[in-house]
Design a protein around this ligand. Structure first.
Ligand code: SF4
Length: 755
């Protein structure tokens, strides 16, 4: 490629989807900065985005496939690597059947075009019930509550922060994370703009985060009690006659049931549990109802806790009751450019079902076709029919990211076979027999298929590869398709992968032309396939083009009235993206419940509240609780090998309030032992009044000191693995999500503090 040029592309590292301006000398990055013309991010970039330069240059990033023999790793050709995968997986299929091969998908899959297109194909090919992902240590409760309320798990209401006048944030720190389940680049700028136009935002969090410091008000809350607080808001709205349903008027089932449930959750009754003064709760409820445009946004702290599904549900119950669902400045639904299950305004559907099957060992219910990752170790370790003997690990590091991390680490070592798609030999992939490295980021194309479902504006932005594949690289779609061919018994060759890719496209095109009322209904499928494949194109771009063209803003392959619509060609001609405007009201069309109404009180959630939440009003509050935290320079577990992101003051520290530190004899910088029901770790103490008394914090994603991993910089800044403390035996009941926040712990000084 030509020397000294600029490539524009969407940052693939987190949910914010910032536009990057990348200066290249040949294939080498000379500079990365925010793309000021990006239609969504307008020049915003965070330190992780600019660290892509270091990621591309990282000597530990794998360039060639690796095969392990004993403790020794060998670089091999792609053909040899796939042949080894075929041997390993087929042996397990033959000996133990389909369920003996588990699949785990890590968080980066949500940011990966090839992963979004081909993961499902691979999973279907494996034909296993043992599918796991990072969703059950993250956002699964929100999918569950959205699915039960609105009929589709992707119908997550999004706080319209660019137009709201009042935003209540629970369990989120967007100054560090830039929004999650809410794609909104430059959250700091957007929140400051909210205040500049006279609006307010309030943060409810056990820690005074950077976001809380910038807020109009910080309300400390005991970890795991958001559902109590939200039910108290409901109680006030009802009790003071502040309920008005707005756009949801006439569309709500279950109002009386919610009123009945909230009856005992008065602000005074919940104050001893939450630590939130009753008068503060009343004032917030009045502000939510009394402000013209207001929204409640709950995120990781509300999901990854004892009552994750209940808290996620109640966020939207409050949005409905305060008249803020589906209005500008409230909580709105997206209609992404690539279409999807809720793009059309049908207004009814089959609804959402949970627990269509259960896990073999613990009988835990599935959600969205997945089992809780907290039970992966059980499924590997427990003998019997259906025992897991092999793992396909796709861009994930569950040893760092999932509960009972020490146990999972041990049991992975006993697998018959494991293949990993990963760019590092990390704490998890060191157990693999074969590691298949994806190409460097700049050699991949990008489109945020998943995250634009959650974007606060409707945007579409495609990034073509900025550099050519290296001599040892193959496209990621080919890796995925060759794996899919292997598990389908079609061999491991390049040609077998190509056949899978063609099959995927022809299946999707057939579906599109067969869809009643669709924009290409009745068109010739072969003709559309040929058009999508022109100039030798294949891989995820063909699928993306199909989805764009048949989506709600698409050109319909030239259908009358759609000629000016979107296609991949349009996005290629617009390297800074296409802005399709702010979100629009979508009720009732967006609903997919069988009733065609919002189910405000789904029986599953009401039953869970009655069984587990109501009794906690009488539960004594005692002991220390552990929470996690997010850092601007961290991205879960996988960016700690970049010196530019880990240098400086150690960040894997145990935050402790001064009163707790004094009581426990802890001093700043001294080591402490943290013990939970699941395990123990040692970490240096950081005494800070940003913590609520009775709550300590340890960030997740650290603990990079495992033998056999090959991440030199990360090992030098190892930190400790907080998930050694996460107890996989207790989960959020409905979603199976792990409880990463509010873990009961004991903390003990390892060195007596000096007076
Ligand atoms: S906020 Fe996220 S998307 Fe934006 S530059 Fe940082 S890592 Fe990339």
């Amino acid at each position: 490629m030509a020397a000294t040029r600029i490539a524009y592309r969407t940052c693939p590292l987190c949910e914010a989807t910032c536009g990057l301006e990348i200066h290249l000398d040949g294939d080498d990055i000379t500079l990365i900065r925010g793309d000021k013309d990006d239609v969504f991010s307008r020049g915003f970039v965070c330190p992780k985005g600019t660290a892509l330069k270091a990621l591309e240059a990282d000597p530990d990033r794998l360039r060639r496939p690796l095969v392990r023999q004993g403790d020794t790793w060998h670089e091999v050709s792609w053909d040899d690597a796939f042949a080894e995968v075929e041997r390993g997986l087929q042996a397990v299929f033959d000996a133990h059947g389909r369920d003996a091969v588990a699949v785990y998908m890590g968080n980066p899959n949500a940011h990966n075009l090839a992963g979004m297109v081909y993961n499902r194909v691979l999973n279907q090919g494996v034909g296993t019930t043992n599918v796991f992902s990072a969703s059950t240590v993250d956002q699964m409760p929100k999918h569950v509550s959205a699915g039960l309320m609105f009929g589709s798990p992707i119908s997550v209401p999004l706080a319209d922060i660019d137009r709201t006048d009042y935003l209540l944030i629970l369990g989120a720190n967007p100054f560090a994370s830039n929004g999650s389940l809410m794609t909104a680049p430059d959250m700091p700028g957007r929140l400051r703009a909210l205040r500049a136009r006279g609006g307010r935002f309030v943060v409810v969090d056990p820690r005074r985060t950077k976001t809380a410091e910038e807020a109009d008000e910080h309300v400390p809350i005991r970890p795991g009690t958001d559902a109590h607080f939200l039910l108290a808001l409901v109680n006030v709205l009802v009790d003071e006659g502040l309920v008005h349903l707005g756009h949801a008027e006439g569309l709500v089932n279950g109002y009386d049931e919610v009123v009945r449930l909230a009856d005992g959750f008065t602000p005074d009754a919940v104050a001893p549990v939450t630590g939130v003064p009753a008068e503060t709760t009343r004032r917030i409820a009045r502000d939510l109802a009394g402000t013209e445009r207001a929204a409640v946004y709950g995120r990781i702290g509300t999901c990854t806790q004892e009552f994750g599904s209940l808290a996620s549900w109640l966020v939207d119950v409050v949005n409905v009751l305060a008249g803020n669902l589906d209005r500008d400045g409230g909580a709105m639904f997206a209609r992404p450019a690539i279409g999807g299950a809720t793009a059309e305004d049908t207004g009814k559907g089959r609804g959402f079902r949970l627990g269509r099957r259960t896990s073999r060992v613990r009988g835990l219910p599935e959600a969205l076709g997945e089992l809780p990752v907290a039970t992966l170790a059980d499924e590997i370790e427990t003998p019997g029919d259906g025992q897991v003997h092999a793992l396909i690990c796709l861009s994930g590091n569950p040893v760092c990211s999932t509960p009972d991390a020490g146990r999972l680490d041990r049991v992975l070592a006993g697998l018959d076979f494991m293949v990993a798609l990963d760019i590092y030999r990390n704490e998890t992939t060191r157990h693999a027999n074969v590691i298949l490295p994806a190409p460097r980021v700049l050699a991949k194309s990008h489109y945020d298929m998943a995250l634009y479902n959650l974007a606060i504006r409707t945007v579409a932005n495609y990034s073509p590869p900025a550099v050519e594949l290296g001599p040892d690289e193959i496209p990621e779609w080919e890796i995925m398709c060759r794996l899919a061919a292997i598990v389908a018994g079609q061999g491991s060759s390049h040609e077998a992968g190509v056949a899978v890719d063609d099959f995927v496209l022809s299946t999707l095109v057939s579906g599109a032309v067969g869809r009643k009322g669709g924009v290409v209904e009745g068109r010739d499928a072969a003709e559309l396939v040929a058009e999508l494949s022109r100039n030798g194109r294949r891989g995820p771009e063909r699928v993306l083009d199909l989805m764009l063209r048949t989506g709600p803003y698409g050109d319909g392959f030239g259908a009358p009235g759609h000629e000016d619509g979107l296609s991949l060609a349009v996005l290629e001609a617009n390297p800074h993206g296409v802005d399709l405007g702010p979100l629009q009201p979508r009720l009732p069309g967006v609903l997919r419940t069988p009733s065609g109404r919002i189910e405000l009180a789904p029986p599953e959630l009401v039953a869970d509240a009655e069984a587990r939440l109501v009794p906690t009003l009488a539960r004594p509050v005692d002991g220390l609780r552990l929470i996690g935290r997010r850092d601007l320079r961290s991205n879960n577990s996988w960016m700690h090998n970049l010196e530019v992101l880990v240098k400086g003051k150690a960040r894997c520290t145990l935050l402790v309030h001064p009163d707790d530190a004094a009581r426990l004899g802890l001093a700043d910088g001294d080591p402490a032992r943290v013990r939970s029901a699941a395990g123990e770790v040692q970490a240096p103490v950081e005494v800070t009044d940003t913590m609520m008394p009775g709550v300590v914090s340890l960030p997740h994603g650290w603990g990079h000191d495992a033998d056999g991993a090959a991440m030199e910089t990360a090992a030098a800044h190892a930190g400790v693995n907080s998930n050694v403390l996460t107890d996989g035996s207790v989960l959020d009941a409905l979603s199976g999500n792990a409880i990463l926040n509010g873990i009961p712990v004991e903390v003990e000084a390892l060195v007596p503090a000096t007076a």
